[in-house]
Design a protein around this ligand. Structure first.
Ligand SMILES: O=P(O)(O)OC[C@H]1O[C@H](OP(=O)(O)OP(=O)(O)O)[C@H](O)[C@@H]1O
Ligand SMILES: Nc1nc2[nH]cnc2c(=O)[nH]1
Length: 175
């Protein structure tokens, strides 16, 4: 089976929307420092673009958790591949994700990060697929809601391919 990628959200639209969300975050955190946590690998493109446009002082940390492997459905088993380097106690923390689908990954992550006593813990996602939700997740900042389709690009992969596409595309499978 081979696959074709059909554009869903253009590079220009993503760029414009990230600027808007970064302005909102900068206003909301005015006078504070923001500790941004990128969920690898998918969140890394979004984290770079978003953080460059935030005007309050920012520190960055990275975490890798995996529930998908090379599959297109969440296994429900979330594994920590790489933990954070820094403690979260007393910090205003913003988790940066590429996509919320079932919500299992974020549900697990929010639970363990809350226990590290941040001053605040919020979530920013590039994409949200609300139709797929199994675990209830409160998202404070979302760039785009999308329908229930498997997407790639801007950090998102299919079997580790397509992460470097500058736009978001839907995968169409062909025989
Ligand atoms: O809401 P969920 O159904 O849990 O799905 C969302 C998660 O799936 C993807 O991660 P993946 O495990 O594919 O890792 P990757 O970012 O390294 O590709 C994505 O980056 C989210 O972390
Ligand atoms: N690449 C990719 N990873 C996901 N993880 C959860 N949903 C998706 C999706 O639509 N695409």
């Amino acid at each position: 089976m081979s696959e074709k990628i059909r554009e869903l959200i253009s590079e220009e639209k993503i760029d414009a929307r990230i600027r808007e969300v970064a302005e909102r975050i900068s206003r909301d955190y005015a006078g504070k420092k923001l500790h941004m946590i990128c969920v690898l690998k998918g969140g890394v493109f979004f984290m770079c673009e978003l953080s460059k446009r935030i005007t309050v002082p920012v520190s960055l940390d990275f975490m890798s958790v995996s529930s998908y492997g090379n599959e297109m459905n969440s296994s429900g088993v979330v594994k920590i591949i790489k933990d954070l380097d820094e403690p979260l106690e007393g910090k205003d923390v913003l988790i940066v994700e590429d996509i919320i689908d079932s919500g299992r990954t974020l549900g697990y992550l929010m639970d363990i990060l809350e226990k590290r006593h941040p001053a605040s813990l919020k979530l920013c996602t590039l994409l949200d697929k609300p139709e797929r939700r199994v675990v209830d997740i409160q998202t404070q900042y979302c760039c785009f809601e999308i329908p229930d389709q498997f997407v790639v690009g801007y950090g998102l992969d299919y079997a580790q391919k397509y992460r470097n596409l500058p736009y978001i595309g839907v995968v169409d499978f062909e025989d």
